[in-house]
Design a protein around this ligand. Structure first.
Ligand SMILES: C[S@@+](CC[C@H](N)C(=O)[O-])C[C@H]1O[C@@H](n2cnc3c(N)ncnc32)[C@H](O)[C@@H]1O
Ligand code: SF4
Ligand code: SF4
Length: 359
């Protein structure tokens, strides 16, 4: 496939299946304290036929798919969509809070998404203080059942990953969690990422960019990221570095894939991140190539080029097909803006820290 053909369709497609979630994790930009979703008057869910039509439309160019939520395992049509994607020869992964894994184990093995990521933020007491009482037990029981069912049925998929977010509360417990709280023999991948947030000033500047450049008068999704960096003042960055380095080494010894975000998880870089000193971070960017490759569809059908920032929509799949939107003027406008620099909010975006984020 030449470059023009490659850019004629997104090669990475994320479907936010629904907004609803059964948890209220403290750090979450959707449903946590200050999260953007509390203000919604009704909670949207993608129409399954429209989602399937969109998947079918994309399959010929073989993109990678991801699901997002809310909690994806609450979405009734999820298995039909996984099957359509896998039958079409593509990968699909999603993150889950793990509370519904056990009851869905058979369906997971049968439909075989490529990878699921279970979100856990520490040993039982720490995790549950952030994510809710009893969540640790349900998630770890679910991991066991899925891993054992997969083994018993001689299946390769879904691969199982742990997604650990480093927060003020979880940061002292990283090593303890991976050494003592979780059975790593059941796990294929580990991801450790820093809690993303934005300052109020960044969101104000982003709101201005939306207004002036895109005539967009809402910034509600971005607002969900606002945190005061003073929340992170007491974190011990040297210790965080040592713990993550130990886990990285342990994963290598056990042949578990390890992903860190940002890639440089040295004490200095972590300090710069949590003190809002982003311009001093290694690997900082002046450009982002993701919006040339990436389409994310919100549960309301809005299409955006940027993960979770649904304020900046380039079209809606209830009105046009995804590929029509992808070839439209609004995407070109976003790309033109990004040729000149980044959005003010980009340091709160996980794609900013992903290795493939620049062109
Ligand atoms: C928003 S959740 C949606 C999927 C599912 N409900 C779950 O918890 O895995 C996706 C991922 O974002 C993580 N997350 C939530 N708030 C975050 C933040 N402020 N910074 C980094 N990751 C965050 C969650 O821990 C989870 O791993
Ligand atoms: S389970 Fe996921 S979407 Fe729900 S509140 Fe927690 S992090 Fe947010
Ligand atoms: S880093 Fe910025 S431009 Fe790139 S995907 Fe994220 S929000 Fe969009």
């Amino acid at each position: 496939m030449n470059i023009a053909e490659k850019l004629a369709a997104p090669s990475w497609v994320v479907l936010q299946l629904l907004e609803q979630c059964n948890l209220r994790c403290a750090i979450c930009y959707e449903w946590g304290s200050g999260g953007a979703y509390h203000a919604k008057h009704h909670l949207a869910m993608l129409d399954v036929d429209v989602a399937l039509r969109t998947v079918e439309e994309c399959l010929p160019t073989k993109p990678v798919f991801e699901f997002f939520g809310g909690e994806p395992l609450l979405y009734p049509g999820i298995w039909d969509i996984v099957r359509a994607i896998r039958k079409g020869g593509c990968d699909v992964s999603f993150s889950t809070n793990g509370t519904l894994l056990e009851e869905n184990a058979d369906r997971l093995i049968d439909s075989a998404p490529t990878q699921i990521w279970v979100s856990l933020d520490g040993p039982s007491a720490i995790n549950d203080a952030q994510r809710g009482s009893g969540v640790f037990q349900r998630a770890t029981d679910g991991i066991k059942v899925v891993a054992n069912t997969r083994r018993a049925m001689h299946q390769r998929f879904p691969k199982l990953g742990i997604n650990y977010v480093v927060t003020a509360a979880s940061s002292p417990h990283i090593e303890e969690f991976f050494r003592e709280s979780i059975d790593l023999s059941l796990i294929d991948s580990v991801s450790i990422e820093l809690q993303r947030y934005a300052t109020a000033d960044q969101v104000r500047a982003f709101a201005q960019e939306l207004e002036v450049e895109f005539a967009t008068h809402t910034n509600a999704y971005a607002q969900g990221y606002v945190r005061d960096p003073s929340e992170f003042l007491n974190m011990d960055f040297d210790w965080i570095e040592r713990q993550i380095a130990a886990i990285r080494t342990m994963c290598a010894a056990k042949e578990i894939a390890f992903y860190g975000q940002p890639q440089d998880l040295s004490a200095g870089n972590i300090r710069n991140f949590f003190t809002a000193n982003w311009h001093a971070m290694t690997g900082r960017r002046s450009r982002c190539g993701v919006p040339w490759l990436y389409a994310e569809i919100s549960a309301r059908g809005d299409v955006t080029t940027c993960h979770t920032f649904y304020d900046l929509s380039i079209g809606n799949i209830y009105e046009q097909s995804l590929l029509e939107i992808w070839r439209g003027a609004r995407l070109k406008r976003v790309q033109t803006f990004l040729r000149g620099g980044l959005f003010s909010i980009c340091t709160a975006c996980c794609r900013y820290y992903a290795a493939s984020g620049t062109v």
